[in-house]
Structure formats: structure tokens, C-alpha cells
Design a protein around this ligand. Structure first.
Ligand code: NDP
Ligand code: 8X3
Length: 252
């Protein structure tokens, strides 16, 4: 395709798989995240394997000033951004509303909502110039609220409504806005949510085959291959063993 794709949260999971998928199809990628060592490793892997151009930018999407500084320093070809994938995000904790930590809530709000706002706003001048495509990663948690999901579900509902809002307000610029809502997928997501408890994280995916990061990357990529006049606005994907936030077909 020979486009340039800006991906947040490319050090792991969906973001890393999305970077690899677009690179394997001949696109250039800007990969971002907080863990610089992982970004550098991915940059060299993608550059060597696919012979495309890679720029890695280490920053925290919660930091408004840093996010704008980094993006406003983009030069030359790196301003020619065709697709933004707002993927960086997390769940912190899985607790009842009255027992949950305020710090966890703030981390989710600052990352999943404010992070999407900062990155999108900072990149919009470039995206508008190219009549680009914004892809926001929501979740089935945006569609059905579940017990102990409180602020995570709310943050993903915000991504859902902000995607609609972007689509409406940016219509006059000819931008595409796609919200993609995956169900359970085995990445580092549960390890992060459960604060490093690997055994508990593994249990989340027991007895059924969850989505993989590659499954999600393939769907994200597909949404960018449609003709200029066609836009997938809202897409929910789950493993065949999952119907929605509540119903799973487990073997054990
Ligand atoms: P991972 O934990 O594997 O990856 C999360 C990515 O987000 C990492 O690259 C991490 O990079 C980045 N990130 C987190 N916080 C920040 C921050 N403050 N600033 C910059 N980057 C950040 O999880 P997934 O790949 O599964 O999650 C990706 C997205 O998909 C998230 O938005 C998640 O909510 C959503 N999602 C996940 C599902 C799942 O079941 N796995 C299902 C539905 C949606 P680093 O730590 O280096 O900063
Ligand atoms: C992640 C999927 O089911 O943990 O967004 O909410 S779930």
C-alpha cells in the first residue's frame, strides 16, 4: 500500500501485531509506546524484515505536553500520515465500584480517553491534509457493562461515543473514522489488569480459544483496504466462543 501508519501502544499485543501486519504489506510505520527498549527492538526487526521505514517514538499518551511536543516535531515524510490507530490503553484492576482504587480509575481515564484525545488532536492537521483514516480500538466492554468493569467499561464507552463524534465533526474534511471493538484476546492485557498475577491472567482465557493479536491486526488492516468512498464505522469482533461481554462457550 505504501502508506504511513501511526500506531499507539505498539510495544505489545494488538499494536505490535498491527505494526507487523502493515509493515508486511509494504507500509511505513510510526510505532509508539512508553517502553523504549521494546520500540527499538521492534523498529530494527520490522526494518530488516520488510525493508520499510520505521520511526519509533517513546512517550506516555497521558502526558499532554509531551504528546504534542513529540508529534509537532515530526518532519518531512513523517507528516504524511494516512492512518492513525489509537490502540494504547489498559484496564487497571478488576474491582467492585466501592472497592476500586481511584488511582486505577485515573490511569484508565487518562490513558484510554485523554490519550486518544491528545494523540488525535495533535495529529489532525496531518490527517486532514491527507484525508486520512482514524481507527479507534474500543472493546466489547463499550457495548455491555459487566461486574467489576466500572471505569474500564466507561472509558471504552467514551471511545465509542468519541468515535461517533469524530465521524460527525470531521465529516467535512473527508476523514474516515472506524471504531473496532474486540472481545477477549490473549495479549498482555490481563497481566496488566491483574497487576502482574500471571496465573490469574492465564485463567481468563481457559476453556475457550480467545482472539489473538494477529486476528485483530488482520481486521484493522482490512478496514484500511476498502475503496475511498467506503468506511466501516463500527465493528465488533469476538472469538467464535464468545457472544458478548457475558456469554462464553467454555469447555471447562
Ligand atoms: P497490551 O497490554 O498487550 O498492550 C497495550 C499497549 O498499550 C502497550 O503497547 C502499552 O505500551 C500501551 N500503553 C499502555 N499505556 C500507555 C500509555 N500511558 N502511553 C503509551 N502507551 C501505553 O494490551 P492489548 O494489546 O490487548 O490492548 C490494546 C488495546 O486494546 C487497549 O486499548 C485495550 O483496552 C484494548 N482491548 C483489549 C482487549 C483484550 O482482550 N486484549 C479486548 C478489547 C480491547 P507501554 O506499556 O510500552 O507504554
Ligand atoms: C478487553 C476485553 O472483556 O476484558 O477490553 O472487557 S474485556
Amino acid at each position: 500500500m505504501n502508506k504511513t501508519i501511526f500506531i499507539t501502544g505498539a510495544t505489545s499485543g494488538f499494536g505490535k501485531a498491527i505494526a507487523e501486519k502493515f509493515s508486511s504489506e509494504g507500509n511505513h510505520v510510526i510505532i509508539t509506546g512508553r517502553r523504549e527498549d521494546r520500540l527499538k527492538e521492534l523498529e530494527s526487526y520490522l526494518t530488516n524484515k520488510f525493508n520499510i521505514r520505521v520511526l519509533s517514538l517513546a512517550f506516555d499518551v497521558q502526558n499532554r505536553k509531551k504528546t504534542f511536543d513529540v508529534i509537532q516535531k515530526l518532519e518531512g515524510q513523517w507528516q504524511q500520515i494516512d492512518v492513525l490507530v489509537n490502540n494504547a490503553g489498559l484496564a487497571a484492576g478488576r474491582d467492585l465500584f466501592d472497592e476500586a482504587s481511584l488511582d486505577d480509575w485515573e490511569t484508565m481515564i487518562d490513558t484510554n480517553i485523554k490519550g486518544v484525545l491528545y494523540v488525535t488532536k495533535a495529529l489532525l492537521p496531518f490527517l486532514i491534509r491527507k484525508k486520512g483514516h482514524v481507527i479507534n480500538i474500543g472493546s466489547t466492554a463499550a457495548k455491555e457493562v459487566y461486574e467489576k468493569g466500572n471505569v474500564y467499561c466507561a472509558s471504552k464507552s467514551a471511545v465509542d461515543s468519541l468515535s461517533q463524534s469524530m465521524r460527525i465533526d470531521l465529516l467535512r474534511h473527508g476523514l474516515k473514522v472506524t471504531a473496532i471493538h474486540p472481545g477477549a484476546a490473549e495479549t498482555e492485557f490481563s497481566l496488566v489488569r491483574l497487576k502482574g498475577d500471571a496465573a490469574a491472567a492465564k485463567k481468563v482465557y481457559e476453556g475457550f480459544q480467545p482472539l489473538s493479536a494477529q486476528d485483530v491486526a488482520d481486521v484493522v488492516y482490512y478496514c484500511t483496504t476498502l475503496p475511498a468512498h467506503v468506511c466501516i464505522n463500527d465493528l465488533v469482533l469476538t472469538s467464535t466462543s464468545q457472544a458478548n461481554s457475558f456469554y462464553f462457550q467454555r469447555t471447562s
